[in-house]
Design a protein around this ligand. Sequence first.
Ligand code: SAM
Length: 253
Amino acid sequence: MRITVLTLFPEMIEPFFTSSIMKRAVEKGIISYRIVDIREYAEGVHRKADDIPYGGGAGMVMMAAPVSRAIEDSGSAGRRIVFPTPSGRPLTECYAEELAKEEELCFICGHYEGLDQRVIDTYVTDEISIGDYVLSSGESAAVVIIDAVYRLVEGVITPESLEDESFSSGLLEYPQYTRPERYCMKSVPSVLLSGHHRHITEWRCCKRLEKTMLNRPDLLSDASLSIEERRTLLKILNKDDKGTCQRWTLSEL
Ligand code: SAM
């Protein structure tokens, strides 16, 4: 996959491509990247790339011309171009999977109050939000989106690592432990040391359901649960019932 990032602050992007798993993916030739400094396409001695908003209001808006020139010059026009914005479509694992199928992706990092709408109308294919909050810059949002996408590209990480992850089956991931067995008076759950694969699988299934119920109950309604998972969920739901709570039945799940 070839990734192009258009930014006013290249120094915010570069470290991501030169560290950890991304660094290895680049070295293996699975990912290639280009960071384009939008300011190089701005005019005048000060290379001004932003201006006041029409209609008034606080802050500055990124100007259309420098960004458009950067897009055209980088050969990204007509390709899949992502603009991270709080008013975009929410990023989900499913959306990341869709983007991971592309051979080429371009990201425009917004700054200040945002980007002149005419650039969005002309070039942008995907406006993506990474959550319902406002960041100060699109660089961190672009890195989040790239991170969610590139790790799904074949060869970046092993398929087994992706299998049991949060959202892979509509649920959150179970808790993970590593050595030592005892740390700060807390022990690793004994089932994980038992070597009994069926019990470990059952424990993990139970923990996935518990965690999803606790942190993201909204996911449960869309998750396609097996009969066994429904039974486990039923046990969890009824476990704390002290007579005042509703008793759940299998058909209600
Ligand atoms: N005025 C904009 C608004 O209210 O929607 C916010 C601009 S924000 C200060 C600057 C840039 O950060 C945006 O152009 C966008 O690129 C990026 N950004 C901020 N929050 C984001 C989010 N939740 N998701 C994706 N990008 C975000």
